[in-house]
Design a protein around this ligand. Structure first.
Ligand code: HDE
Length: 756
């Protein structure tokens, strides 16, 4: 027989927990197959009341894209039931003692329905409450295993499902989409080695350097606590009071006052991981990395006056745009690029890569494209998916790691913590949208709303009764932290280089085109005009002086103030000078989609050339644009040469700001009728003011004359965005119109103040 010691399962992992051996964790082991004490198979027999089934979810099934039949509900052809599945005979009346009598306590059907309703809201996100999301996939361009062992980057063409949520920061859940604000750009990758959440923004820097200041920042920007004003806006005293006392916010404020903070669409904005992260390969070598998303549609923003008016015309502007583009098969695409640099390189930079208020200029470290994300499916249910999705910066996978950025370090805690109150307990990872593709096996148990039915009597490790399972994965498969040496004293403070608050704000300013500079000045002027306390305006100007004197002077002029002396610097070190970085201009990324998804209004009235309008409509549609027949009233308009055309939307319901361009077809009588409608005149004036292409055929030009639209640019040259056509050469004019539309706006038209 066997010696007793051969039969006993000792804890084979134990010696590996100590000393240098702990640096290289080994896979745990299941029980020895030849042991006659306990084996993996005899462990299964220990299950007290086995139910049918294997007890394993299928491997590799994505809870978001794969069969979700367990949780999907489609009520077509089904009868109404209670939550217990009991058929409901009458959904109109509560149970009463007589037709005019009191309602009975025993009406469990009424009480279940009302009780559920009473609890159907959950707390909104404390920040980023307003958002919209979509499903899709990420496709890796190449094998990146030299840099990272992250499985999603392991092979060219490898696809990983994603769920992406875009958001504003300050506004409440029902607030307008087009507020001036940072946009969240949060991506959940359902990789085969667990979920990775890249929780980024559309601006590559942040307001503060240390997580300690986040509650202060948010309390300053949210509606003021005494009166709850203003909603979804930073243009108020408390925000600028805080900002002007926190010069580290200066770089971010430059971005936030630029058109980056009023994107035209979630499809036309960049995304950034913001912090410096680490990539770690299988050998344990690590490099620093910054993540960039670039929309293949190109970048494009609103102008401020337009953004304000869209808030009234369509507060769901971005949500609708994303939804409609995906429904139309115009799938938004973003390329993921990385900036990779070593720790040694980082030491030579004139800024600290752990400082989230600094970028790594592309001139210093070029972008390297590594894959593409395609958003190709709208959620089935806004609450179940978009509202309940829980992004956590702590969700990283083997091959990705954190750095010591003190803002990132605070976030690692915050996101997990906030989900526990927002989603009602520690089991939010079981909500279908949050569940990973990778199987989950551990000894975490119970808690509110637990769904997993864990089998067996063992909920601890090490164990012998469960055959040692689930066993630890070890260094080769499992996540191990990059062994960064730490030798410092405990201290509350920041590194010296963090004290340079202005050099990169100046870099940003100097890298903008003249149009963008004017918009930045306008942004500061608007926000500081809303500030009531003059000392706050003045302190903010004193920061702008440190960025650029012409900027400070222009903003001061707009506020009717003198330029104050510069705010004292927080450092006496010499500040770095950066060469301008053209990549920081929004106009640097025109994209490649022609006029796809651009919205064009075709203004008609009785007497329009309806055949001409139809031909224009068809031509735009063929190029992927979204034409709309717009008139004063719904119903049909009669054509000047006979025929009729259906008006799709009215000037009231579809005002100028929700279109990228407009066309007035031929028709003398129609032009006259439109000229009598102030909605049509305002439509034309706003199209002009917002620098949008305008095409008029034949008598349609009368509408422009009536609206006082200048034919020439302020410099006297012809306006390339005002395209007049004779009925005979409509197709040539339309081609010219499409070219201007592809370039978005005729910026040369813009003046401050506006002329029309
Ligand atoms: Fe967030 N942030 N944040 N943040 N953040 C949240 O988490 C927080 C920061 C970002 O679509 C909250 O689930 C702290 C930077 C996005 O669901 C909360 C700090 C960046 C979203 C939170 C920051 C972001 C959030 C609120 C400073 C860009 C929305 C609800 C240390 C890199 C994700 C939630 C979604 C949401 C905390 C700073 C991006 C409270 C403490 C920097 C895109 O956990």
């Amino acid at each position: 027989g066997m010696a007793l010691s051969d039969k006993i399962d000792y804890n084979v992992n134990k010696p590996g927990e100590y000393g240098d051996a702990a640096r290289d964790p080994q896979p745990g082991q299941t029980a020895q197959p030849d042991s006659d004490i306990v084996t993996a198979s005899t462990a299964a027999e220990n299950i007290a009341s086995p139910k049918t089934g294997s007890g394993q979810p299928p491997i590799g099934v994505n809870n978001t894209n794969g069969p979700l039949d367990r949780v999907r509900a489609d009520s077509s052809d089904r009868e109404l039931t209670t939550n217990q599945g009991v058929p409901v005979a009458d959904n109109q009346n509560s149970l009463k003692a007589g037709l005019r009598g009191p309602t009975l306590m025993e009406d469990f059907i009424l009480r279940e329905k009302i009780t559920h309703f009473d609890h159907e809201r959950i707390p909104e996100r404390v920040v980023h409450a307003r958002g919209s999301a979509a499903h899709g996939y990420f496709e890796s361009y190449q094998d990146l295993s030299a840099l990272t062992r992250a499985s999603l980057f392991s092979a060219p063409g490898k696809k990983t499902p994603v769920f992406v949520r875009f958001s504003t920061v300050a506004g409440e859940r029902g607030s307008t989409d087009t507020a001036r604000d940072v946009r969240g750009f949060a991506v959940k990758f359902y990789t085969d080695e667990g979920n990775w959440d890249l929780v980024g923004n559309n601006i590559p820097v942040f307001f503060i350097q240390d997580a300690m200041k986040f509650p202060d920042l948010i309390h300053a920007v949210k509606p003021e606590p005494h009166n709850g004003i203003p909603q979804a806006a930073s243009a108020h005293d408390t925000f600028w009071d805080f900002a002007s006392l926190m010069p580290e916010s200066m770089h971010m404020l430059m971005w936030a006052m630029s058109d980056r903070a009023i994107p035209r669409s979630y499809r036309t904005m960049q995304g950034f991981g913001v912090h410096t992260f680490r990539l770690v390969n299988a050998a344990g070598d690590s490099v620093f990395v910054k993540f960039h998303w670039t929309p293949l549609q190109g970048t494009h923003s609103l102008v401020w006056d337009e953004a304000v008016k869209i808030s009234g015309a369509d507060p769901d502007f971005h949500r609708r745009d994303l939804w409609e583009a995906i429904e139309a098969g115009e799938f938004p695409e973003y390329e993921l690029a990385i900036q990779v640099f070593t720790e040694q390189q980082a030491e030579s930079f004139p800024f600290d890569v752990l400082d989230a208020t600094k970028i790594v200029p592309e001139e210093l470290v070029p972008l390297q494209p590594i894959g593409k994300m395609v958003l190709n499916r709208n959620p089935d249910n806004f609450f179940a998916e978009t509202e309940q999705v829980a992004f956590c910066t702590a969700h990283i996978v083997p091959g990705i790691d954190f750095t010591n950025d003190p803002l990132l370090q605070g976030r690692i805690h915050s996101y997990l913590d906030t989900q526990i109150s927002r989603l009602g307990g520690p089991n939010f990872h079981e909500i279908p949208i949050n569940a990973p593709v990778a199987q989950v096996h551990n000894n975490q148990r119970d808690g509110m709303h637990r769904q997993t039915i864990n089998r067996g009597r063992v909920a601890y490790e090490p164990n012998s009764l469960g055959g040692g399972c689930p066993f630890q994965a070890g260094r080769m498969k499992g996540f191990t932290s990059f062994p960064q040496p730490i030798t410092e004293d405990k201290v509350r403070g920041k590194p010296e280089l963090f004290a340079d608050h202005y050099s990169q704000a100046r870099l940003f300013w100097q890298s903008q085109t003249p149009v963008e500079k004017t918009h930045i000045i306008g942004g500061f002027r608007f926000e500081l005009t809303r500030v009531q306390v003059p000392a706050i305006r003045e302190r903010m100007l004193s920061m702008l002086v440190n960025v650029d004197e012409t900027l400070a002077a222009a903003v001061a002029e707009g506020l009717g103030m003198d330029v104050p002396p510069p705010q004292p610097l927080a450092t006496t070190r010499p500040l770095p000078e950066y060469p301008p970085s053209p990549a920081l201009s929004l106009l640097a990324r025109p994209g490649q989609t022609g006029i796809h998804t651009r919205r064009v209004a075709i203004l008609v009235a009785n007497g329009s050339d309806v055949e001409g309008a139809r031909a224009i409509y068809a031509s735009l549609l063929a190029d992927g644009a979204v034409p709309r027949i717009v008139g004063s009233r719904l119903g049909k308009v009669a054509g000047c040469h006979g025929g009729t055309l259906d008006v799709e939307i009215t000037l009231e319901a579809g005002p100028s700001v929700i279109y990228d361009a407009m066309i007035v077809p031929a028709g003398e009588q129609a032009a006259q009728a439109l000229s009598m409608d102030a909605n049509a005149l305002e439509f034309v004036r706003l199209q002009y003011r917002h620098c949008k292409p305008i095409m008029v055929v034949d008598a349609g030009a009368q509408l422009l004359a009536k609206a006082d639209i200048p034919a020439n640019l302020p410099d006297g040259s012809p306006d390339p965005g005002i395209i007049g056509a004779e009925p005979a050469d409509v197709s040539a004019a339309l081609a010219a119109f499409k070219t201007v539309l592809a370039g978005h706006r005729v910026w040369q038209r813009e003046t401050d103040p506006p002329m029309v």
